[in-house]
Design a protein around this ligand. Structure first.
Ligand code: GDP
Ligand code: MG
Length: 143
């Protein structure tokens, strides 16, 4: 299978819990490599733009408030089947439904404060990566 990239966010609740390293360890243990990473405190406009696909949803305002409530870590993960693999590591959107051992089962408290974001397809991954990173900020890993 070809190498693929996906976009990930460690959300404000997980940053506040001080589990950035623990979450990076899960990515690395699953064979995903960080190729770009930075801490960002998003503006309202930045969060609204990122989540534009959800703007008609009833939870949109709450989602934007949450995502701007503190700093987040944004990263690009590279590996085989990276989009699907990251979603598997994350677990279901609602932590109450997330499988044991997934990030959301272990670190999330509710559907609105659910620890991590991950792209849901290669097309959204490309768009989300470009939303936060320039080409120069991404460092392909040699092996
Ligand atoms: P994801 O791809 O698993 O993150 O889920 P979605 O793309 O469907 O939703 C994006 C984000 O919106 C989720 O991660 C949650 O933070 C939030 N969200 C989704 N559904 C709900 C909901 O029913 N209520 C609330 N409060 N937040 C939600
Ligand atoms: Mg989504």
């Amino acid at each position: 299978m070809a190498l693929e990239r996906t976009f990930s966010i460690i959300k404000p609740d997980a940053v506040a819990k001080n589990v950035i390293g623990a979450i990076y360890n899960r990515f690395e243990s699953a064979g995903l490599r960080l190729v770009a990473s930075k801490m960002v405190h998003m503006s309202k406009e930045q969060a609204e733009g990122f989540y534009a696909e959800h703007k008609e949803r009833p939870f949109f305002g709450a989602l934007v408030d949450f995502m701007t409530s503190g700093p987040v870590m944004v990263q690009v993960l590279e590996g085989e089947d990276a989009v699907r693999k990251n979603r598997e590591i994350m677990g279901a959107t609602n932590p109450a439904e997330a499988l044991a051992g997934t990030l959301r089962a272990d670190y999330a408290v509710s559907i609105d404060e659910n620890a991590v974001h991950g792209s849901d397809a290669q097309e959204s991954a490309a768009r989300e990566i470009a939303y936060f990173f320039s080409d120069e900020e991404i460092c392909p890993r040699t092996r």
